[in-house]
Design a binder for this molecule. Structure first.
Ligand code: SF4
Ligand code: SF4
Length: 90
């Protein structure tokens, strides 16, 4: 059974303090820009000038961008306690 059938969204409490930051100076020359196609929340979008635009607010805390960015552009952490996304078993 797919995970989506096992869990339900419980809360989404957005922190004003970003838990992920992206140094976009690496992005225009990134050969794969894998973050654009792997982030399930579409937090990464193509930007004609900076290569990639990032916004953390919809992040699902899956950690994918931390893994696929092999240029060290992504500084990743979990949100502070009480913030971010929460799931419960359906
Ligand atoms: S994978 Fe990393 S370096 Fe490449 S575009 Fe995404 S954030 Fe930038
Ligand atoms: S942790 Fe997952 S959901 Fe959050 S920005 Fe990275 S890839 Fe997207």
């Amino acid at each position: 059974m797919a995970v989506v059938h096992l869990v339900s969204l419980d809360y989404y409490n957005i922190d004003r303090q970003p838990h992920i930051t992206v140094n976009s100076s690496f992005c225009p020359t990134c050969p794969h820009q894998a973050c654009l196609v792997t982030c399930p929340a579409e937090c990464y979008t193509k930007d004609p000038e900076r290569g990639v635009q990032f916004s953390y607010e919809a992040c699902l805390e899956c950690g994918t961008c931390r893994v696929v960015c092999d240029r060290g552009a992504v500084t990743w952490d979990y949100p502070r306690g009480g913030f971010g996304v929460g799931f419960r078993l359906a």
